[in-house]
Design a protein around this ligand. Sequence first.
Ligand code: WTA
Length: 629
Amino acid sequence: MSDKQELYLPSESVKENATIKDYEALYKRSIEDREGFWAEQANELEWYQPWDKVLDDSNKPFYKWFVGAKTNIVHNAIDRHLHSATRNKLAIIWESEAGEMRSYSYYALNREVSQMANILKSMGVKKGDIVTIYMPQIPELVFAMLACAKIGAAHSVVYGGFSYEALAARIEDANSRVLITADGGWRRGKPSNLKAIANEAMKRSPTIEVCITVKYNALDVEMESERDFWYHDLKALPIASPKCETEVLDSEDMLFVLYTSGTTGKPKGMVHTHGGYSVYTSTTHRMAFDIKPDDRWWCAADPGWITGHSYIVYSPLINGSTIMLYEGAPNYPYPNRWWQMVEKYGINVLYTSPTAIRGLMRFGDQWPKKHDLTSLRLLGSVGEPINPEAWRWFYEVIGGSRCPIIDTWWQTETGGFMICPLPITPLKPGSATKPFFGNEISVVDDEGNEVPAGEEGKLVIKNPWPGMARTIMGDDDRYADLYWGDYGDKDYYKAGDSAKIDKDGYIWVIGRMDEVLKVSGYRLGTAEIESALVSHPQVSEAAAIGLPHELKGNAIHTYVILKDGVVGTPELSQTLKEHVGSELGRIAQPEDVAFVDALPKTRSGKIMRRVLRARALGQDEGDLSTLEE
Ligand code: WTA
C-alpha cells in the first residue's frame, strides 16, 4: 500500500454506459435488507420452484440459502437460453495452441452436454456421486462439468498441472468411481501426457471403475480394457443421445467439491451448492463487470481453479455471455498470442491475474502494440494483490487508458467476488476497493475489534452470503473451526488474509497470514511442500517459505535437514526440487533447497517460518521469545 495514492476516475463514457450509477445507494440498500436484496437477484434467474426462506441461519456457521427452492444450475446456464434468441448465440469460442478453432452456440452446447450426461448416466453415475475431472482446457472439460451438474452428480476438477499423487489423493477423498480425462494437452508446442498421469493415479486409487478419455493431442496412451473408454467411441453409441432432462435438485444440493490448500498437508475439499452459488456468481459477474448482452468474455484462468469454475464456466453462461477458452501458453509462438486473440475475436472483457500480466509485460510494449485492442471495454485482475507497476501497464498499454480495472478479491471458499469495484468506482491501483453488495467487511484485531483506518489487521466478513462454501467435505468441525468462531458471539468469517482499510474505506489486501503461499496466483500450502520433501528417503525435516519474486509474486524457498550421514550436494538439491515437482506438480517446484542443521522452532515444535523469511530477506527477526534454543 503506497501512501502516495493515485486515483483513477471513470471517464464520461464509462459513466454513461454504466448500469449501476450509484454504488453507495445500492450498497446501503443491500445491507439494510440483505435478504431482500438477494431475493431480488435470485429473481433474475428461473427456478423450478421458489424458496420458502432466503436464508436459514438456525445452525451457524452452516448457513443455507434459498431453502425449499428447486433448481439446477444447468437450467439457468443452458436450458432457459434455449427459449430465447440466446439459443443461437455463441456460448463458447475455443482456440488451441496450434491455432485450431471450435465454437458452440448455446443450442450446440446443450446437445454436447446432454450427450456427455447420457454417457455418464449409462455408466451408472447418479445424484450424490462425485466425478473427478482431470483435463486440459478444452471444450469437453466444460461439457463434463455441466454434464455432471445436469444429472445431479457433483464434480471435482483437479488442475491439469497436478501430479499423480495429488490426483490420487483427491480421487480418494471424493471416493470417485468415474474419472474423465484426456490423452493430454499442449504447452509451448510440446504434448503433455495427462492419461499416463491418470493411469498412475488410478493404480493408487482403486475406487475408479470407469475412466473416460477424450482424444485431443493424439499421444499414444495406455488403455485398460474394461476400465478405459475413448470418449469419441462412447459418443457414437445410441446411449449418447443429445437429449437429456435436467435433474430437478434442491437449492442446497452439492454442485461441486474443489480442493484447495490450507494450513495442513491435507487439501480441503470445499463444497459449493446449486442455488446460492448460481445467484452469487451470476450477480457478481453481471454487476462488477456490468455484463452487456453482446459481451465476449475472456477469463484467462484455468477451469481447475475456483476462478475457472465461477467465471469461465458458470456465471458467464448464466448471464448468456460468449466465453473464450484457450488451451496453451500465453506467449506461444510469440508474446503477442493473447493480444492477437483479443483482436481476432473482438474480446470485450479480459479477466486475468497479476502474475500473467507481469509475465507478458516483461516482453515489452511492442507485442500488444501490434494489435487493435479497442474492443476491450473492461479489464479484471484476481489471485493476489496487483502491484501498481503491473496495474499501470495493464491499464495504459492493454486498456489504452480507457478500461477500468476490476480488481476482485475473493477465495475458493467465497465462491465469488467479495471485494471489487464497479466500472464507475474511482480506482486506486493495488486496492480491490470496496465490498460487493450485501457484504460488510472489516479489518480486526485478535479480539475482533475493528482496527483504526490505515492499520493492519485480519480481514473478516461479518455476514453470510449466498456463494459461501457450505463446509469442508466430510469435516464439518474443521470447517467451523478454521473459518468461524474466533470472536465470541460475533459470527465473523475469517478470511486468513491481512489487510488495511484506508480513510476512504478502500480495502488493501496485504497477503495470507497463515501458511499458504500464492505462487503465480496458485494457492499452495507450505505443509504440502514440506511433506513432499519429507517423503524423500534422504530428508529428515523440511521447511518451506515464500519470498518475493518479480514474476511469480512469491517463489518457494526450502530448508532441509538431511538424514544422518547424507551429504548435501548440488545434485541432491536438484533431485529434491524435482521430487517436489513430481509429487505435487511443477508449479510447486521450489526455487531452491538449502541444507541446514537446524530449523527455528517454537517450544511447542512449530517451525517459525517468519524467522526464516526475515533471515532470508536480511530483516529484523522480530519477537524471538517463543523460539526454542
Ligand atoms: C488472494 C482465488 C489480493 C488472497 C480467487 C486470498 C487476492 C487468496 C486477490 C485466495 C486480490 C485473491 N487481491 N489478494 N484481488 N484475489 N487473493 O482460493 O490471499 O485460490 O485469500 O482464490 O488469494 O486464493 P484462491
